[in-house]
Ligand binder design. Structure first.
Ligand code: PRP
Length: 177
């Protein structure tokens, strides 16, 4: 069994998502928003956030792959699925589950900026600080943690635990689940 403990409960997550949505709705009053979710991890957070927003919102997704293992990254990121809606002149809010090293978002920001959006911001559920190599401007942050192998609410460990409604920290990453 994989040992893990809850670090953010359903209730804590739901409350924080409501708070973020209220703040985003205020900030984007009078504007249309294009949410760009990063697959796969962001799909649950994006679904909850999008439904709590009070501004007209469209949704698109990208999928990015980085070379390297889960504990080491070579710094190379590439797109395997690009946005499908036009980005030019749109107010774009990138929605991410967790920012770790920072290379994924750094790459995506450059890519989306080249399409000349009217504005480009980031909303992430979890800002995990310890391994950050590239500082990326995080405009809306749900929770900040220093370290930890986190799963649940979209986050996976070898595709397991993604659909758990809470966020857990894995205590024994090598364990059999
Ligand atoms: C994870 C996570 C972020 C990214 C963080 O995705 O969901 O998208 O890594 O990258 P960083 O270390 O560059 O900040 P992963 O590649 O595991 O794919 P997944 O979302 O499909 O699980």
């Amino acid at each position: 069994m994989t040992q893990k403990k809850v670090i953010f409960s359903r209730r804590q997550i739901a409350q924080r998502v409501e708070e973020l949505a209220a703040q985003i709705s205020r900030d984007y009053t009078g504007r249309d928003l294009l949410l760009v979710g990063i697959l796969k991890g962001a799909f649950i957070f994006l679904a909850d956030l999008a439904r709590a927003l009070e501004v007209p919102t469209q949704v698109d997704f990208v999928r990015l792959m980085s070379y390297g293992t889960s504990t080491e990254t070579s710094g190379e990121v590439h797109i395997t699925k690009d946005v499908e809606l036009p980005v030019q002149s749109r107010h774009v809010l990138v929605v991410e589950d967790i920012v770790d090293v920072g290379l994924t978002l750094d790459f995506l920001l450059g890519h989306l900026a080249s399409h000349k959006p009217a504005s480009l911001k980031i909303c992430c559920l979890i800002d995990k600080r310890e391994r950050r190599q590239v500082e990326v401007p995080l405009d809306y942050v749900g929770f900040t943690v220093e370290r930890g192998f986190l799963v649940g609410y979209g986050l996976d460990c070898a595709e397991k635990f993604r659909t758990l409604p809470e966020v857990y920290e894995i205590l024994e990453p090598e364990g059999e689940g």
